[in-house]
Write a protein that binds this ligand. Structure first.
Ligand code: HEM
Ligand SMILES: *[C@@H]1O[C@H](CO)[C@@H](O)[C@H](O)[C@H]1NC(C)=O
Ligand SMILES: *[C@@H]1O[C@H](CO)[C@@H](O)[C@H](O)[C@H]1NC(C)=O
Ligand SMILES: *[C@@H]1O[C@H](CO)[C@@H](O)[C@H](O)[C@H]1NC(C)=O
Ligand SMILES: *[C@@H]1O[C@H](CO)[C@@H](O)[C@H](O)[C@H]1NC(C)=O
Ligand SMILES: *[C@@H]1O[C@H](CO)[C@@H](O)[C@H](O)[C@H]1NC(C)=O
Ligand SMILES: *[C@@H]1O[C@H](CO)[C@@H](O)[C@H](O)[C@H]1NC(C)=O
Ligand SMILES: *[C@@H]1O[C@H](CO)[C@@H](O)[C@H](O)[C@H]1NC(C)=O
Ligand SMILES: CC(=O)N[C@H]1CO[C@H](CO)[C@@H](O)[C@@H]1O
Length: 327
């Protein structure tokens, strides 16, 4: 009996150690020994190229978000569909139609493979590059612990189901975020990333031309702004034009997104939705009335939290050789 208890105890301890080794936490500077130059290679490349292509910063942080929201931050978004097996990966799902920056990550991956083959995951590259690129736009720096491994599964229907849509209301957004361990503060703060980048008219044209299916306009969108968009940007419901989400400062990471949202000039229903709940409204007011340093601190906290969603560590997943392909 005593011996059995002892054996069970040993099994339990071994079991726990195994769980610990497959579910290891992310670590700051995880590649310090295995690829000491990894983080420097990323930041140098970003600093060299993003100033010439500032809109890529927006693309990269959005890529990180869409990756993390489906199967965790595991670069599943980067996998190409394979016609031989017929699987449609996340990349081809409608929410990802407008995700850009895949080539940029591929080029970084090549540099890292040349430096230390098979060591640095695509998931970590996306996470580091997004942070470093936002810094170039004048945005906050946040901690990026590393050690994420790359997933081997990618499914387009999951992306469609789990990535919030621009027509979502506040309860849907709250749910979508809660499903990923993020709360209303994270929702408001991370939506602030819409201070940079562009949107295609198709993402919101229904608000201008056919909100409820009777040729109407969304009453929650500032009518002057709507008129202006219809006259100059999205001239029909099928317009393929791109619009700056934060006109005039779409390359600068600042508080202006929230000021627009309060003026009912956020482009998406999901932006407007943030003013329809007392908790999220009060968070917006705190942000707008505070210093941008406070927003930056909050953004950094929420990004670090987002970067931990469902990560694969230890011996789960793999280190892909090419970001678009499972090994
Ligand atoms: C709250 C739910 C969210 C919804 C419904 C949403 C929706 C969208 C949509 C529809 C676009 C425009 C795509 C296009 O037409 O080209 C967009 C762009 C963008 N989103 Fe979001 N988003 C959300 C949250 C986030 C978060 C959490 C981040 C990052 C932390 C983010 C970062 C961006 C950026 C930077 C762009 C511009 C991309 C570019 O310039 O290519 N969004 N978003
Ligand atoms: C993945 O797909 C993209 C475009 O769909 C293509 O440009 C790229 O070469 C593909 N990558 C690989 C490794 O097949
Ligand atoms: C594609 O499907 C095959 C077989 O179902 C699977 O082994 C593979 O991991 C899938 N690839 C992706 C990227 O999901
Ligand atoms: C993809 O996900 C959907 C929805 O969760 C599921 O029904 C479908 O079977 C999945 N496809 C594959 C190939 O696993
Ligand atoms: C929000 O949208 C969901 C999904 O479309 C819907 O089921 C729900 O009733 C909506 N909630 C409110 C308060 O409008
Ligand atoms: C969200 O979570 C953070 C901690 O990650 C916490 O500081 C914040 O108060 C929470 N916000 C809400 C609305 O619960
Ligand atoms: C508006 O939406 C309704 C219902 O979906 C559709 O029947 C109608 O054709 C749309 N009108 C335009 C101009 O797209
Ligand atoms: C927009 O495209 C739809 C679908 O292709 C078409 O039915 C509709 O007539 C177009 N509307 C306009 C205003 O061009
Ligand atoms: C980058 C990429 O693969 N984009 C695809 C996203 O999904 C649409 C279909 O929904 C494809 O047409 C795009 O090529």
């Amino acid at each position: 009996m005593g011996k059995n208890v002892g054996n069970n105890f040993v099994c339990l301890v071994v079991g726990l150690v195994l769980i610990a080794s497959t579910n290891a936490d992310l670590e700051m500077n995880y590649y310090a020994k295995s690829c000491p130059k990894a983080e420097k290679i990323v930041v140098d490349y970003v600093n060299k190229h993003i100033p010439n292509a500032p809109t890529l910063a927006a693309a990269l942080i959005r890529m990180h978000f869409h990756d993390c929201f489906v199967r965790g931050c595991d670069a599943s978004l980067l996998l190409n569909s394979t016609s031989s097996t017929g699987n449609r990966t996340e990349k081809v799902s409608p929410p990802n139609r407008t995700v850009r920056g895949f080539d940029f990550i591929d080029r970084l991956k090549s540099l890292l493979e040349a430096e230390c083959p098979g060591v640095v995951s695509c998931a970590d590259i996306v996470s580091l590059a997004a942070r470093d690129a936002i810094v170039v736009t004048g945005g906050p720096f946040w901690r990026v612990p590393t050690g994420r491994r790359d997933g081997v599964i990618s499914n387009a229907s999951e992306a469609l189901a789990q990535i919030p849509a621009p027509f979502s209301n506040i309860s849907t957004l709250q749910n979508d975020f809660a499903n990923k361990g993020l709360n209303l503060t994270d929702l408001v703060v991370l939506s602030g990333a819409h201070t940079i980048g562009i949107s295609h008219c198709s993402s919101f044209a229904n608000r201008l031309y056919n909100f409820t299916g009777v040729g109407d306009q969304d009453p929650s969108l500032d009518s002057e702004y709507a008129t202006n968009l219809k006259a100059n940007k999205c001239k029909s419901i099928n317009s393929t034009t791109k619009v700056e989400m934060d006109p005039g400062s779409f390359r600068t990471f600042d508080l202006s997104y929230y000021k627009l949202v309060l003026k009912r000039r956020g482009l998406f229903e999901s932006d407007a939705a943030l003013t329809t709940n007392s908790i999220t409204s009060s968070i917006i007011n705190q942000i707008v009335n505070g210093d941008s340093k406070i927003f930056f601190k909050e953004f950094a906290n929420s990004m670090e939290k987002m970067g931990r969603i469902g990560v694969k560590t230890g011996s789960v997943g793999e280190i892909r050789k090419h970001c678009a392909l499972v090994n």
